[in-house]
Write a protein that binds this ligand. Structure first.
Ligand code: LP5
Ligand code: MN
Length: 237
């Protein structure tokens, strides 16, 4: 069984090099895999499936080809693309998975998530998260025009950047108690997530926490086959 895991691409029209890195990854690296997991923040800001995001049109055919060649594709929401619904997922030929999903690797059970839920010390963010993950709030947001939604998303980004500049590095990282809690509740041997943009493999008493990296002109993936797990940065050639 060959699986790949990626997250935090933050695809956007203004950063064509990220789209290029994704197309390279899908065609040259992930091709032939049994499963591909998209662990959130694939898009910089997803404002609803009814908005035709130009980046989606560029990547959709490559996902379709990958799926047609036999790779199963899965999507877990991030804090930037939690509004991606069934039709958005269909454009990625992907199946939506619950926020926290347990899968069985050859090396043992692995808990998958985006990772923002682990940042418990970032209380302002957790409050914000509760607000925007509320279905009622989302319904009201979706009812606004595309222009209004794009403007709000931009305001939220500015607000988030300003808030981030005031926060310590520690606060924006995962809280150890959340990590330990996730291992204990799931009985997983691996925790695989993104969000923090701090790619690393952490060996803990509870298990191994593998953090995916964010993309730019180069990208990051975790590759899992029956023999080993490999966290790797690549640059399209
Ligand atoms: O995203 P990232 O990694 O930079 O920062 C996150 C947290 N911030 C967010 C907010 C997003 O960046 C905003 C973009 C959303 C696009 C989605 C579009 C659809 C929205 C639809 C809503 C239904 O997730 C950041 C964390 C950081 O990770 C590390 O974990 O710290 O959290 C914050 O910055 C939250 C702030 O602390 C509090 C909220 C500030 C919001 C200000 C709003 C002002 C304007 C309101 C206009 C309506
Ligand atoms: Mn994120």
């Amino acid at each position: 069984m060959l699986r790949y895991f990626i997250s935090d691409l933050h695809l956007q029209a203004q950063r064509p090099e990220i789209t290029a890195a994704l197309l390279y990854f899908l065609e040259q690296i992930a091709k032939g895999a049994d499963e591909l997991y998209l662990l959130g923040d694939i898009f910089e800001a997803w404002i609803g499936d009814d908005y035709a995001d130009p980046v989606m049109d560029q990547i959709s055919p490559a996902f379709k080809r990958l799926a047609a060649s036999g790779t199963q594709i899965f999507f877990i929401h991030g804090n930037r693309d939690f509004l991606l619904g069934e039709s958005g997922a269909a454009q990625l030929s992907a199946q939506l998975l619950p926020e926290q999903t347990l899968i069985e690797l050859s090396q043992g059970p692995a808990l998958l998530m985006h990772g923002d839920e682990l940042c418990l010390d970032d209380e302002a963010y957790q409050e914000f998260r509760e607000m925007v993950r509320n279905p009622l709030w989302q319904q009201r947001f979706i009812q606004q025009s595309v222009a209004e939604r794009l403007a709000i998303a931009q305001q939220l980004r500015q607000g988030s950047r300003a808030a981030g500049a005031m926060k310590s590095e520690d606060i924006m990282d995962v809280a150890q108690r959340a990590v330990v809690g996730a291992f204990n509740q799931s009985h997983a041997h691996f925790l695989i997530h993104g969000h923090t943009h701090r790619p690393a493999r952490h060996q803990l008493a509870e298990g191994e926490r593998i953090v995916l990296g964010d993309w730019g002109a180069s990208g990051w993936y975790l590759r899992a086959d029956d023999d080993a797990l490999l966290l790797k940065e690549f640059t399209p050639s």
